[in-house]
Design a protein around this ligand. Structure first.
Ligand code: FES
Length: 83
């Protein structure tokens, strides 16, 4: 079990998607190859995906820097990682 609690920064901007109503699992570790969603790649780490519900089709900005305080949504934290 990894003790590295720093997620991988996938990108320094959010991904904006039109999501249909349903249940989603946001990747918190940054290792998924199906960003921004969990694909099980967190196994062996201390990370778990963040489950969230969408009740109607809507546009969302999901965090890809993985450091948001409002997971799974972008809260602007990525600006501190910009060059
Ligand atoms: S693959 Fe990243 S949380 Fe599951």
């Amino acid at each position: 079990m990894s003790t590295d609690l720093q997620p991988v920064i996938v990108d320094k901007k959010p991904i904006v998607l039109d999501l249909e109503a349903g249940t989603y699992y946001w990747c918190s570790c940054g290792h998924s190859t199906n960003q921004p969603f969990c694909n099980g790649a967190h196994k062996g780490t201390d990370f778990v995906p963040t489950k969230f519900e969408v009740t109607e089709t809507k546009k969302v900005a999901l965090c890809l820097c993985k450091h948001t305080a409002k997971a799974p949504f972008c809260d602007g934290t990525h600006h501190q990682y910009e060059d």
